[in-house]
Design a protein around this ligand. Sequence first.
Ligand SMILES: [Mn+2]
Length: 178
Amino acid sequence: MKVLIISDIHGSGYYAEKIKEINERENPDKIIVLGDLYYHGPRNNLTQEYKPMKVAEILNSLKEKLLVVKGNCDAEVDEMISEFEFQDHIIMEINGKKFYFTHGHKFNIEKLPDENFDVMIYGHIHQYFIQEKEGYIFANPGSISLPKCNTEHSYMILEENKIIIKNIDGQVIQEFNY
Ligand SMILES: [Mn+2]
């Protein structure tokens, strides 16, 4: 199974359009969005071509393969424009490993949930990384639209036994085999 992971769109119509292009180029079986879909939040600047409705339209067009977890900037009213559910977290077996997907403000590399997992994937910090710690793997796709600390606009691919972070042009930034 090939999975595309996107996080922290924060209302950018421009980068939502990029998600459409990435989906066409990568052709994943599933797309998982790790929260913070429509709003910029009080601490962030407006994203490029700030247009929450356009983000919703593009994500709705991908709903057949889309899974979404709720971020700390996502509101109840968002469900009215979204043709998909916002889940607290997602646990899924992918290519033989148990993955725990969450936004990252509640659980992360510093704070583990009660549930068992092999790999935790979360967004929220807007900086990509892949790291092993105490027998677990932790990884973050970064933010597609609002990268922080001079990182690139990025996304993640899970394929076979690989976790791959790519920039929006599809160039590999970091790759990890488990
Ligand atoms: Mn965010």
